[in-house]
Ligand binder design. Structure first.
Ligand SMILES: Nc1ncnc2c1ncn2[C@@H]1O[C@H](COP(=O)(O)OP(=O)(O)O)[C@@H](O)[C@H]1O
Ligand SMILES: Nc1ccn([C@H]2C[C@H](O)[C@@H](COP(=O)(O)OP(=O)(O)O)O2)c(=O)n1
Length: 232
């Protein structure tokens, strides 16, 4: 594995759905001139490919056999992140409720995780000025030597309200159903055998329930700046 330039800072941001990982990571990366990687989008992309290619997402063996087939490419500009599968823009289709409901099963397959983890490490290693990588297992498994690890949390109620606010107008949804789906996905992601959703021992935990997005961004920017200044 290549290593990033010496001045580069690598930030890992993990946590369950709706805690603000994507919004925070993108904004922090843009403010600090870092690249940005949404690893959830990569697991969504492979899930979308499985669905569109008729692979049974309840069959781990079928998923494992097909895992190496799709070519997933992530663009890491925080102002305009992109994701393509075999050259096709997948940014829209990976956000459907069908993909959301199947992504935990697909991402629990060890062969999928091995391939996507390798991809993530190579992207991080080639990010010259540094990168913010967000997901579930970045601090624990993908980049255990990250300069700074953040673990975002928020109450299930706050997370469901945020998610259902996003979905409104796109697909039929209600708050209770959103909360239930979110809790079910968290349980699957935290309970899987291979690199489950977990807080790294050396991660800084930030509860965002009562914080605005701007406050969370400010908090993480300060932590990165402190790291860069070598004060912590
Ligand atoms: N602290 C916050 N307060 C209120 N809304 C937030 C906060 N953080 C994020 N959001 C909103 O919640 C939704 C989910 O945030 P997102 O960054 O996608 O979370 P995650 O990546 O953890 O799933 C987005 O619409 C975002 O604007
Ligand atoms: N590093 C990661 C990132 C995501 N995943 C899986 C588990 C998550 O439920 C799905 C989707 O992640 P994503 O970050 O897009 O989910 P949310 O935007 O938080 O709803 O991917 C993972 O297993 N490991």
């Amino acid at each position: 594995m290549e290593t990033a330039a010496p001045s580069a800072v690598i930030v890992a941001i993990d946590g369950p759905s709706g805690t603000g990982k994507s919004s925070t990571s993108k904004a922090v990366a843009a403010k600090l001139g870092l690249r940005y990687l949404d690893t959830g989008a990569q697991y969504r992309a492979i899930t979308w490919w499985m669905i569109t290619n008729g692979v049974d997402t309840d069959d781990p063996h079928a998923i494992a056999v097909a895992a190496g087939k799709p070519g997933i490419v992530s663009g890491t500009d925080p102002a305009a992140p992109t994701i393509t599968v075999d050259g096709l823009d997948a940014s829209g289709p990976i956000r459907t409720q069908e993909v959301t409901s199947k992504v935990s099963a697909v991402s629990a397959v060890p062969e999928v995780r091995t391939l996507i983890t390798e991809l993530q490490r190579s992207i991080a290693a080639s990010a010259q000025g540094g990168i913010v990588v967000e997901g579930r297992d970045i601090g624990t498994t993908v980049l255990p030597d990250a300069d700074l690890k953040i673990f975002l949390t928020a109450s299930p109620e706050a997370r469901a309200a945020r998610r259902s606010g996003e979905l409104r107008g796109k697909e039929a949804t209600d708050l209770a159903a959103t909360k239930e789906a979110l809790i079910k996905r968290d349980a699957a992601d935290s309970g899987r055998k291979t690199s489950p959703l977990a807080k790294a021992g050396d991660a800084v935990e930030v509860d965002t329930t009562e914080l605005t997005l701007d406050q969370v961004i400010e908090c993480v920017v300060t932590l990165v700046e402190e790291k860069r200044a070598g004060r912590k």
